[in-house]
Design a protein around this ligand. Sequence first.
Ligand SMILES: NC(=O)c1ccc[n+]([C@@H]2O[C@H](COP(=O)([O-])OP(=O)(O)OC[C@H]3O[C@@H](n4cnc5c(N)ncnc54)[C@H](OP(=O)(O)O)[C@@H]3O)[C@@H](O)[C@H]2O)c1
Length: 342
Amino acid sequence: MELIVAVDKNWAIGKDGDQLIYIPEDLKRFKALTMGHPVILGRKTLATFPGGRPLKGRRNLILSRNADFAPEGAEVYPDADSLLAHASEDSFVIGGASVYELLVDACDTAHVTKIDAEYPADTWFPDLDARGWQVVAEEGARGRFLSLCDLQAGELMYRKEILAYEPTCPQEAADKAMMLEYIDRFPDTILLRENKWAHMTASGFIVNADVSKVLFVHHNLYRVWAWTGGHADGESDMLKLALKEAWEETGARSLRPLRPEIASMEILAVWGHEKRGQWVSGHQHLNVSYVLVADEDDTLQYCPEENSGVAWIAVEDMSKLANEWQMDPIYAKLLKRAREWK
Ligand SMILES: NC(=O)c1ccc[n+]([C@@H]2O[C@H](COP(=O)([O-])OP(=O)(O)OC[C@H]3O[C@@H](n4cnc5c(N)ncnc54)[C@H](OP(=O)(O)O)[C@@H]3O)[C@@H](O)[C@H]2O)c1
């Protein structure tokens, strides 16, 4: 499902039961995007339409607890569940505030008209920037103070990717369930280290073209040869994160995903340790991994802050050099994936 909204600089959307301002460019976009699709709205927003009548050329699905409310040409539902049971995937949520708040998490795309001005207001839309949504398309400045952009639920996208992942073993099935539970319990901090119990990380298992070698780095903290990876620190695109970390830790310019999908997932225990003079207590890394591929003739350069070496290692020597018993099954899973996918 998608939503469409016009917001001012403070994510305000209304005042005294009406829009902040009517802008022809915005109305045109609204019509073009929603025409032919069901629209979902609250009873009060319907009242703002000319004559309080439903929009033409679209099924109007209205939320109202008032059993006597039966406007002609509209469908009225007493709660979100019964409405959603009758709404197709191509529906647009069109407001107002209470309906946006109710259904924003059920939407994966938001068409937002950003009005570059501040208005007196009494009704606001959820701040999508703060919720980690990302701009995926922007038409930029239109007219004097309009910017039209589409946002996608970045946070929801990584959760969706994890949800869609098919575990390959009992460890992954158990860890996937626990990761989703953590994400749902800590939706606002799970991408941040400030969540001291657990946070998201992404790793890269880097292979050469024929999967005879892996590109490993020597970790200062754990004093072992290992894959690359790091903390999300707010990044919700896990593949982008894995690629960024791999590039920073190896310098390999040709790095690319073998497939742009999660190759393994695991919850990794982190022992308590000192970092830059501060004690970091033991916690869990909710990790997703990707198989990345790089050319062997790339110039390599390790990141001295974290590593003291980077090298191509024959897969037969991987386990010996890694020297971490708990990583053996994970590397074995990833090697199997790499061989299947190459
Ligand atoms: N800028 C924009 O893009 C935009 C878009 C749309 C609206 N708006 C503005 O938003 C404001 C209206 O927002 P609003 O939050 O006050 O009103 P609203 O969301 O349009 O409608 C609220 C009404 O919807 C019904 N409703 C809401 N949640 C329900 C639920 N869970 N189950 C059953 N019924 C439910 C209730 O109707 P009953 O009282 O009948 O039970 C409730 O009073 C206006 O100022 C409007 O102009 C702005």
